[in-house]
Write a protein of this length. Structure first.
Length: 178
């Protein structure tokens, strides 16, 4: 994040809850069976749970997913699950807390890790964690081993899934769970 921050989209320019639901309904009735809520950051919306509830009730929708930075997710996750959110992708800038603070210009690494743990505990399977820090083969092998070790350590070995490095070039996708 730049030192000066980023300019937020004015609320008047964001889609209203009913607009999101109407557009999603058009897609689903046209055959789309997966919707991913992204951002900005979808969890900052006060109506995100209500949006999830309405979207999850659309006939034909199989997957209601969210991509999030995970900062406030752990607080909202039980209700989001109850409202039909059934797939998660959590972006993590780095596994190193001090580096996280430097890269994002805010604290929050522990909150993201709490969100990952909460997602596993609530039964999301797998919990997809997109590590945003580039890993280069041969150069960062020790870092990759650290990432794998951290994933295994966070949860029992049965929860540690796989790395799918092919999905995003030089950025591992960590699947914790199935």
């Amino acid at each position: 994040m730049p030192a000066e921050g980023v300019e937020l989209t004015p609320k008047s320019e964001l889609l209203a809850r009913d607009e999101i639901i109407r557009i999603a309904n058009l897609f689903v009735t046209s055959g789309v069976d997966k919707i991913r809520l992204t951002g900005g950051e979808p969890t900052v919306r006060k109506d995100i749970e209500d949006i999830c509830l309405h979207l999850s009730r659309l006939k034909g929708l199989k997957t209601l997913a969210m991509t999030t930075n995970g900062i406030v997710l752990s607080k909202k996750l039980p209700k989001l699950k109850e409202c039909g959110l059934n797939a998660l992708n959590i972006s993590l800038d780095t596994l190193v807390p001090a580096k996280f603070e430097f890269m994002t210009r805010r604290k929050g690494h522990s909150k993201v890790m709490e969100s990952i743990d909460a997602a596993v505990e609530l039964g999301y399977n797998p919990v997809k964690v997109s590590l945003r820090e580039p890993i280069r083969a041969g150069v960062d092998d020790a870092g990759l081993k650290e990432i794998i070790g951290a994933a295994v350590k966070r949860k029992k070995a049965k929860h540690a899934g796989m790395f799918d490095i092919a999905k995003t070039a030089n950025r591992p996708m960590i699947h914790i769970g199935g």
